[in-house]
Design a protein around this ligand. Structure first.
Ligand code: PEP
Ligand code: CO
Length: 455
């Protein structure tokens, strides 16, 4: 069983108090001493993000909770140690920036941009082991734990990978900061974000038309004598990092006390979330995240009960600070209508100021006859449309979307306006874990969500 149980009692929160609870989805680390040594080394490393940045994100999400903003949460299902290049990070940023333009420009609602990036290396699995031709090995749990190749050496959990994950997160974040603050994300370069293979598609041309309008608006401001060089907002983008806080030893090692407020922050990312498989109210993940002050998310799958979601709100945000807690509905197109309405109403009636977001990916995954996991673009849009409709019925602001995507021209999800066909799935199926939207599908989705938001 992939469960770690500590010995300390559960009296009062500390960065290590989770060890007194049952932690689901933890790897079997074969060497306790090697794990302890790696975690000690991580404890001595600089934080990846600062408390003040996470606080700012909570404030921005507070605006979203109040219906005055929209959360765009997007990136890889799992980042990879191998597919790690400046170009792939740049292209992921480009598509997220394009989506934000599509969402923000056409709705007038400010978009809060959060990437599944710079730390998204660990995966929960539905089974602890994988069997091929009568050989049973531990499941792949993300590059921060073990390797994907199906052999005993690769599949053994290696704590040195935690350190490599930390260093790759630092390098990725460095590049993200350079791209978003160093001119690349300036509104005057809005045309350059259109990726080559996107620009000739219908959504690429639609984007180009928007970009021309933005150009005209910027030129008009300049003609009015506004000194654009002085307007930081036109030259920089605020972009935040996030990942699933799955490996609690790693998260604990990067948790630091903020010298200004005295509060604890998990400095591995700005926002961290709890997955659908680890959201047990009496579990270690909820205990750990209850004590750090970052904005946090919780994924809610189709088995979620009303008492559970109310318990999570109380436990994770007792002070009821708007923006602290984002609830991410990931029910599946076929289940969302049955499950979500009572949750929306219960949270609303209890007065919890949460952000409600929709992850239309994880409830719509299925095994294709070719053996790969895939998702249909139509199911994804169907769940999103239903989410907006149900939020409307409940009088709740539909606060955001949470999607898995890449800037590359992959063929992992079926459909979209330039349709990926069944026979094409194997052409460029490159994901480490779940099937991602390619950049065209992602932009298409953003335009459709903008329309839903405008209504
Ligand atoms: C994920 O976000 O990659 C994931 C595993 O999601 P969930 O916890 O919703 O299944
Ligand atoms: Co995923």
């Amino acid at each position: 069983m992939s469960v770690a149980t500590g010995t300390s009692g559960a009296t009062g929160w500390s960065p290590s108090s989770w060890r007194g609870y049952t932690a689901a989805q933890q790897p079997e680390w074969p060497d306790d001493d090697a794990l302890a040594a790696a975690l000690r080394e991580l404890e001595g490393m600089p934080p990846l993000v600062f408390a003040g940045e996470s606080e700012t994100l909570t404030d921005l999400l507070g605006e979203v909770a109040g219906g005055r903003g929209f959360l765009l949460h997007a990136g890889d299902c799992a980042e990879s140690f191998d597919a790690f290049s400046a170009d792939s990070i740049r292209d992921k940023l480009k598509i997220i920036l394009q989506m934000a333009v599509a969402l923000g420009y056409s709705t007038g609602v400010p978009t809060v941009k959060v990437g599944r990036i710079a730390g998204q290396f660990a995966k929960p699995r539905s089974s602890a082991t994988e069997t091929r031709d009568d050989v049973e090995l531990p499941s792949f749990r993300g590059d921060m734990v073990n390797g994907q190749a199906f052999d005993p050496d690769s599949r053994r959990a290696d704590p040195q990978r935690l350190l490599r994950g930390y260093h790759q997160s630092a390098a990725t974040l460095n590049l993200v900061r350079a791209f978003t603050k160093g001119g690349f994300a300036a509104l005057s370069r809005v045309h350059n974000w259109n990726l080559e293979f996107v620009s000739s598609s219908p959504e690429g041309r639609r984007y180009e038309a928007l970009a021309r309008e933005i150009d005209r608006a910027v030129n008009f401001m300049a003609a009015c004598g506004i000194v654009l060089d002085d307007e930081l907002q036109l030259h920089q983008v605020d972009f935040y990092t996030s990942h699933e806080a799955l490996l609690l030893g790693y998260e604990e090692a990067l948790t630091r006390r903020d010298s200004l407020s005295g509060s604890w922050f998990d400095c591995s990312a700005h926002l961290v979330w709890i997955g659908d498989r680890t959201r047990q109210l009496d579990g270690a993940h909820v205990e750990f995240l209850s004590g750090v002050q970052n904005p946090i998310g919780v994924k809610l799958g189709p088995t979620t009960r009303v008492d559970e979601v109310l318990g999570l709100c109380e436990r994770l945000n007792p002070a009821r600070r708007p923006g602290r807690l984002t609830l991410v509905s990931r029910m599946g197109a076929g289940r969302v209508r049955d499950v979500l309405p009572s949750l929306l109403v219960a949270v609303r009636d209890a007065g919890h100021p949460v952000v409600w977001a929709c992850d239309p990916m994880h409830g719509n995954t299925f095994s294709h006859e070719t053996g790969v996991k895939t998702r249909r673009f139509d199911d994804i849009m169907d769940e999103l449309r239903t989410f907006f409709e149900l939020c409307g019925d409940a009088g709740v602001w539909p606060g955001g979307v949470h999607v898995e995507l890449t800037g590359e021209n992959v063929t992992e999800c079926l459909g979209g306006s330039q349709e990926v066909l069944d026979a094409q799935l194997v052409d460029r199926y490159e994901t480490q874990c779940d099937p991602r939207l390619n950049a065209r599908q992602a932009l298409d989705l953003a335009f459709q969500v903008a329309e839903l938001l405008r209504r």
